[in-house]
Design a protein around this ligand. Structure first.
Ligand SMILES: NC(=O)c1ccc[n+]([C@@H]2O[C@H](COP(=O)([O-])OP(=O)(O)OC[C@H]3O[C@@H](n4cnc5c(N)ncnc54)[C@H](O)[C@@H]3O)[C@@H](O)[C@H]2O)c1
Length: 432
């Protein structure tokens, strides 16, 4: 038994020796390395083997070099050729797709920052609007016209149809619209008594809802907004000539109120968006304007007289013809609107020609210009027709450096050939 036990304990020891020998068999004995391996964590041990650490360090070096050089390269891009936005001190208000904070943020895709100024003109197919659009395109801007063609005509813009800078959208401003632009000229509104009295509720809706929608758009995209208000906000004025500080004498419940009060409300909305929401607003109070492309039979006195004289009909004078108006040629107005939009002053500004004429004097000028044999026919005056109108334009002269250049005698002949052609075309279509 004793022998057996001795044998078994000997074989046990022998096995342990074999195990120990086996574990040292692949590695030469080194007390130092054994000590080192035991004291370092396994992960560091892993890093130290097979030059892994060197590869990691080289990777970090390449990565940091890229991030150091990259912003320098992006600054050298076209971002430095920022477009000049008149009146904004050169601040870019928007990128191509989204309004961005006004500070430079990150990289701007190539071509975006060097794009042209983009402008919306509501009512751009109308008389004043179409002349404004011509000038903006001429200046090199991209122009989008929004119009429902109530009083506007595609013919006023047809010469621009092939121009890549021009776009036309049939849209009623009483409905909201989303566009990305830098400036909004808001003209959409029937301007002559015949048209605005045709559907007074629609007129007031256009003035209120239309203006609200366009102001909302301006606020959302950070665009500058110009409202074409009117001398009608002075009503039948008790102050003469009218200064911007005059608050007016308007009948709030008359036949003209949809237009007069509509525009007054539009001015209120514009100022509230300016004060309350920081929208950059401009307000123009336009006095009687005339020129080519006016509607032929819209009841406005200049177009009425000119069309009647060309058709050899008597010129209709309402009342005794002693009421006065001031008449500005359309190119003068367009200059004033652009100076206002691009300037730093909110307004309101009177934009009109201070030359004052009675209706009888105007009839005389038309007679001399078109047909010396033209006659006059008197009819009873319409309700709330103002007795006199003459702008005081000293504010626009001083702050916008603007004043009209074209007198009535010089301006009238410039619209006659356009009227003659259209009347001739009309007659041909009617088979006369
Ligand atoms: N011409 C002037 O003597 C005169 C004077 C004072 C103010 N204004 C103002 O100037 C602006 C332009 O006047 P204008 O003489 O060119 O008149 P206009 O009638 O020739 O032009 C107005 C344009 O607005 C469009 N329009 C009307 N309602 C619209 C709507 N709901 N949605 C979209 N488009 C609409 C018409 O189709 C038209 O093209 C008007 O706001 C007017 O009140 C003009």
């Amino acid at each position: 038994m004793k022998q057996l036990h001795k044998q078994s304990s000997m074989s046990h020891h022998h096995r342990r020796d074999e195990e120990m020998q086996g574990s040292h068999a692949s590695q030469p004995y080194s007390p130092k390395s054994q000590k080192h391996n035991r004291s370092l964590p396994r992960s560091i041990n892993y890093l130290l083997r097979e030059q892994r650490l060197i590869f990691i360090l080289v990777g970090i070096l390449i990565g940091s070099t890229f991030f150091i050089i990259q912003p320098t390269l992006s600054r050298l891009g076209p971002q430095d050729s920022k477009p000049f936005i008149p009146g904004s001190g050169g601040v870019v208000h928007r990128s191509d797709e989204l309004v961005v904070p006004r500070a430079r943020v990150g990289r701007v895709p190539v071509g975006v920052s060097s794009r042209r100024l983009r402008i919306v003109v509501t009512g751009g197919a109308g008389f004043v609007g179409s002349h404004l659009v011509d000038r903006l395109i001429e200046r090199g801007n991209d122009v989008i016209v929004i119009d429902n063609f109530f009083t506007g005509r595609k013919e006023n813009l047809v010469h621009l149809f092939g121009d890549h800078r021009f776009e036309l959208i049939r849209h009623d401003v009483v409905e909201p619209i989303l566009l990305e632009v830098d400036q909004i000229y808001h003209l959409a509104c029937p301007a002559s008594p015949v048209h605005y009295k045709y559907n007074p509720v629609k007129t007031i809706k256009t003035n209120v809802m239309g203006t609200l929608n366009m102001l909302g758009l301006a606020k959302r995209i950070g665009a500058r907004f110009l409202l074409t208000s009117t001398s009608e906000v002075y009503g039948d004025p008790l102050e003469h000539p009218q200064k911007e500080t005059y608050w007016g004498n308007v009948n709030p419940i008359g036949e003209r109120s949809c237009y007069d009060e509509g525009k007054r409300t539009a001015e209120t909305l514009a100022m509230d968006y300016h004060r309350g929401a920081g929208v950059e607003v401009r307000i123009a109070r336009i006095f009687n304007t005339y020129g080519p492309r006016m509607c032929l039979d819209d009841g406005r006195v200049v177009s009425n007289f000119v069309a009647q004289a060309i058709r050899k009909q008597p010129m209709t004078v309402y009342g005794d013809g002693k009421q006065t108006r001031s008449f500005q040629y359309v190119s003068d107005l367009v200059n004033g609107l652009m100076a206002l939009m691009d300037g730093e002053h909110v307004g309101p500004f009177n934009l009109g020609n201070p030359g004052e004429f009675t209706m009888l004097e105007l009839a005389e000028v038309v007679k001399q210009t078109i047909d010396p044999s033209a006659t006059i026919e008197f009819k009873p005056n319409t309700a709330d027709d103002p007795h006199m109108r003459k702008p005081d334009i000293s504010k626009a002269k001083e702050l916008l450096n603007w004043e009209p250049k074209i007198s009535l005698r010089d301006g009238l002949p410039r619209m006659v050939s356009d009227f003659r052609n259209r009347i001739l075309n009309e007659d041909e279509t009617k088979g006369m």
